[in-house]
Design a protein around this ligand. Structure first.
Ligand code: AMP
Length: 471
């Protein structure tokens, strides 16, 4: 049973550019917010696949010297966040293998919910796994397929997977990408024109990666679709029957960058509308609207505009908080939050404050921030959250804790208000969230708010246990 989920990852793929690994590096740099634990790039020079992956941030890992060892016109990249323990490098991506279908590498965003079952079957039949990642399962399925071509084997493998996957594959002479039939996680495609009229095809989790490399966004890889970029150009095929779409709404609430287009919609536009609708649903007399940076900024702007209350950046974030820092030897109260955020006292003193954030998960950070604002002199603190209460864990690639730790799974809004010590607490309603992402066709997944999972969860106990183990 894989004990690690491929939470919160970013993927990128480049076909047909002499600086493919450099462009992958830039793409990953723009996708750094999707995962900060490890990153990797594999490139192909037409004969060999070259890989480098390591723990840490993209800019630290990929020095000019490392990128120089990743030659070729095609490349894929991955950046990963995981709460897993010490074997993380083993599970860092991309994965690469040489098998009877040639040399291939793969990078994955999402979580395959039947990976445990598939893995047990494969192991019974003699497959040997290196790490505990569910992505390795895909490579074994491809290698074992009786189909003669890589595309045929991939099609067969993908049809056995359940759950969330946006996948990018690198073969010696092509890039193949695929998205699960529900379209849980995003995957955009675009192109760049090179000299001589040649076209370079690019794929990425979010369009902010295209902006950095001057690629033109052309659209989404459709749910249940496979796209192949090769010497013959680009081809698209539907490999799976049409299913109900289930785009992760949390990408728009929190996860994606506001300058990205995700699922064909501007994230900034969604967030600002969430804030406006929040102001209509939960108005309160106050002096200032203050965002929790960075996640609450766009919604706070919407709230302030709708309520006609001044917007003030009264919490300042230190953007350079690294993964390691020297902790004080004596306990300093709320040290972790202080390291990240500091209040601007004169903007808060004596004020009635509306504090806007995107979500409450465990409630512990929110409580520290409410206290911080109050200690800086605020007379009242009204917490406004730009999504509904998070009640159910995600099995499709967002790192939410187990039910026991989700404060809204076990407490009423009033109990949460008391826990976070706010004067009032208001969450955006589900119907307003739907409106904010313009979901008139019911294309989104709201399982973290409703507990209605869009796939069968026959292994739900196993999945829950895995969440528990991770703590
Ligand atoms: P807490 O009050 O401890 O539940 O923390 C809430 C904060 O966590 C909010 O500021 C959110 O922006 C942030 N947050 C929510 N979901 C996630 C996630 N999956 N990964 C990292 N941070 C998150």
């Amino acid at each position: 049973m894989p004990d690690k989920f491929h939470d919160e990852c970013g993927v990128v793929a480049i076909y047909g550019h002499p600086e493919a690994s450099n462009l992958s590096y830039l793409g990953l740099y723009a996708l750094q917010h999707r995962g900060q634990e490890s990153a990797g790039i594999c490139s192909s020079d037409g004969r060999q696949i070259h890989c480098h992956k390591s723990m840490g941030h993209v800019a630290e890992i990929f020095t000019p010297e490392v990128l120089g060892r990743l030659p070729g016109d095609h490349a894929i990249g991955h950046t990963r966040y995981s709460t897993a323990g010490d074997t993380v490098l083993l599970n860092a991506q991309p994965f690469s293998v040489a098998c009877n279908k040639g040399k291939i590498a793969v990078a994955h965003n999402g979580n395959i919910i039947n990976a445990g079952e598939l893995r047990r079957e494969l192991e019974r039949e003699g497959s040997i796994f290196q790490g505990s990642s569910d992505t390795e399962v895909i490579l074994h399925l491809v290698a074992r397929s009786r189909e003669r071509t890589l595309v045929g084997a991939l099609r067969e493998a993908l049809l056995q997977l359940e759950g969330a996957f946006s996948l990018v594959f690198l073969a010696e002479d092509r890039i193949i990408v695929a998205r699960d039939p529900h379209g849980f996680r995003p995957l955009a495609f675009g192109q760049m024109e090179l000299s001589g009229g040649r076209i370079c095809y690019v794929f990425a989790s979010e369009t902010c990666a295209f902006d950095l490399i001057n690629a033109v966004y052309l659209g989404e890889v459709e749910p249940g679709e496979m796209m192949i970029a090769g010497p013959e150009g680009i081809t698209r095929e539907r490999y799976a029957p049409i299913r109900d779409h289930a785009h992760c709404v949390f990408e728009h609430v929190y996860f994606s960058r506001p300058d990205s287009i995700v699922f064909g919609r501007s994230v900034e536009e969604s967030r600002e509308l969430m804030g406006r609708l929040l102001a209509r649903e939960h108005p309160v007399d106050a002096d200032v609207v203050v965002p929790v940076p960075d996640s609450g900024v766009a919604a706070a702007l919407g709230y302030a505009a709708e309520a006609d209350i001044p917007f003030r950046q009264a919490l300042i974030r230190n953007h350079y908080v690294g993964r390691t820092f020297i902790e004080p030897s004596q306990a300093i109260r709320d040290f972790g939050v202080k390291l990240k955020l500091n209040p601007v006292r004169h903007l808060l003193e004596g004020k009635r404050v509306i504090l806007v954030d995107d979500s409450v998960v465990r409630g512990t950070t929110s409580r520290k921030i409410v206290r911080m604002v109050r200690n800086a002199g605020a007379r009242e603190v009204h917490l406004r959250i730009s999504c509904p209460p998070t009640k159910s864990p995600c099995f499709y690639g967002v790192d939410t804790p187990s039910v026991g730790e989700l404060i809204a799974a076990n407490n009423s809004v009033e109990e949460i208000r008391r826990f976070v010590e706010a004067d009032s607490l208001g969450y955006l309603s589900l119907s307003a969230l739907r409106d904010a992402v313009n979901d008139s066709r019911q294309d989104y997944c709201y399982a973290c708010y409703t507990g209605n999972y869009p796939t069968d969860l026959i292994h739900i106990e196993e999945l829950m246990a895995a969440k528990d183990r991770r703590g």
